[in-house]
Write a protein that binds this ligand. Structure first.
Ligand SMILES: [Mn+2]
Length: 343
């Protein structure tokens, strides 16, 4: 560790940001979940953690907003190889289901395959819950790196064991409020429905950047008092009509309770920042807008209690998505630390 020089380029060592700390030495730990079984449009996010880790070596650890950011002890939990293996196996079955549904077959005909996927997702959720819970019980702060957006449910549940009341700041192009999708109960498109339904400690869901949702989800948003959705349309219209991003961020943050979990789907950003993500949608937030909002949250009177970053998918011919993802991941880590210091 004495050899570590933050001014030099990172040397790949199997850890995020090439940092030299073991999980036992770290106050923030990152758990990789290479899982994209329920992805509907195009798979690839299971390769996200590996690609982000690789790209993260290039991230400059200096940050003008966080003093001595490179000293923050961020540890890497080595990827559980069984997750990848299971992902491959169950992804094949899920693909078959999706293909048949697209041909107009009913979910009933495919109920056996759907049950296999639902059971596999439930056991993945349990695994993530147990891993995150272990580190949280040791007093560490946990971030999970996906994978598709079904994967953070276990981390949210582990956080809920420690916090009686918390809100989720959800950055996403999608509302993720579907009651199962393509028959899959633990679908990437259902994460917030499942979180609200299975975790009573969640008193608030504040969504930012949503711009692609269905009637069922719009009704859900309108009727559930726990949800405030700042759609991309609303945010842009406000900006066009002269309301500053600062004012909008203040309102977004004010909508949240004292403790906040951040769930970041990379597709909340403009698709030029994540062209290979599972379900890209035009519009979206800029890198700087998100950075500004997260920094404001970190320096507010709220307490950040955990996070996830999902849906980053490496392209076959470039590392751009992972480059952006690794920078978002770093910001969430160092702003979380800034937030612990400020309270
Ligand atoms: Mn999502």
């Amino acid at each position: 560790m004495t050899q570590f020089n933050p001014n030099e380029i990172g040397m790949a060592n199997g850890n995020y940001f090439a940092l030299p700390y073991s999980p036992e030495q770290s106050e923030i730990v990152l758990v990789s979940v290479p899982w994209d079984v329920t992805t509907s449009y195009r798979p690839g996010t299971s390769k996200g953690p590996e690609a982000i880790l690789e790209a993260s070596v290039q991230v400059d650890l200096f940050d003008p907003n966080v003093e001595r950011a490179w000293e923050i002890k961020i540890g890497t939990i080595q990827e559980d190889s069984s997750i990848k293996k299971e992902n491959k196996k169950f992804r094949k079955i899920a693909e078959k289901v999706i293909e048949h549904l697209e041909k107009g077959e009913s979910e009933e005909v495919l109920s056996e395959e759907i049950k296999i996927i639902n059971d596999a997702s439930a056991s993945l959720n349990k695994k993530v819950y147990e891993t995150c819970g272990k580190y949280i019980s040791e007093g560490r702060f946990v971030g999970v790196v996906g994978g598709d957006h079904s994967i953070p449910l276990g981390n949210m549940k582990a956080v809920a064991d420690k916090h009686d009341d918390f809100g989720i700041l959800h950055i996403d192009a999608h509302a993720d409020l579907r009651v199962a999708y393509e028959g899959f109960r633990y679908s990437h498109a259902s994460i917030m429905y499942n979180a609200l339904n299975e975790i009573p400690q969640i008193s608030q869901l504040t969504q930012v950047g949503v711009r692609d949702f269905c009637q069922e989800e719009a009704d859900f948003i309108n009727h559930d008092p726990r949800i405030r959705c700042y759609t991309d349309m609303e945010i842009r219209q406000n900006s066009f009509e002269g309301k500053s991003w600062k004012r909008q961020c203040e309102e977004i943050i004010a909508s949240l309770p004292a403790s906040v979990y951040i769930s970041f789907d990379i597709d909340g950003l403009s698709p030029d920042l994540c062209p290979n993500t599972g379900t890209p949608v035009p519009g979206g937030l800029s890198f700087r807008e998100v950075d500004y909002m997260l920094h404001m949250l970190a320096t507010s009177n709220k307490r950040i209690i955990g996070f996830d970053l999902c849906e980053v998918s490496p392209g076959s011919d470039n590392e751009w998505d992972a480059n952006v993802g690794s920078r978002i991941l770093y910001k969430m880590c160092i702003y979380s630390k800034l937030n612990f210091k400020n309270r």
